[in-house]
Design a protein around this ligand. Structure first.
Ligand code: 5GP
Ligand code: ZN
Length: 112
């Protein structure tokens, strides 16, 4: 997907702050953070939404990345939130599969 912004970020054609990178995924700081820590974990391969991704391994890798980031930041015990928005009613605005990782403050409460 040549004109997808997250594909461009994954290919390093667009600038971002990378916090974790593996062969198949990248985790970057969100440009408009909604919490003290707000990271986006995404596959390097393009899937428009979670509905379009049948690769169980990359979905598991995204969850493993979240656990690692939480441990590395020392917030695994305090807690954090992981969210995948899908399509319009899910609030998805960038159509390249990504998981939000948010933490660093109490997030308990309404989910939307
Ligand atoms: P969605 O609404 O699709 O679940 O989440 C998209 C997220 O991507 C938003 O939180 C938004 O702030 C973030 N975002 C959009 N464009 C960019 C960008 O160019 N760079 C980074 N780092 N984050 C972006
Ligand atoms: Zn893409």
């Amino acid at each position: 997907m040549s004109d997808c912004i997250f594909c461009k970020i994954a290919r390093k054609e667009l600038k971002s702050t990378i916090v974790l990178e593996t062969e198949k995924l990248v985790a970057i700081k969100d440009i408009n953070p909604q919490a003290p820590t707000h990271i986006l974990i995404m596959p390097k391969a393009h899937y428009s939404t979670m509905n379009d991704c049948d690769d169980r391994e990359i979905l598991a890798d995204m969850l493993d990345a979240a656990k690692k980031i939480a441990r590395d930041l020392g917030i695994d015990k305090r807690g954090y939130r992981t969210v995948i928005n899908t399509n319009s009613e899910g609030g998805q605005t960038v159509f390249h599969l990504h998981m939000h990782f948010m933490g660093g403050k109490p997030l308990a409460g309404r989910m939307g």
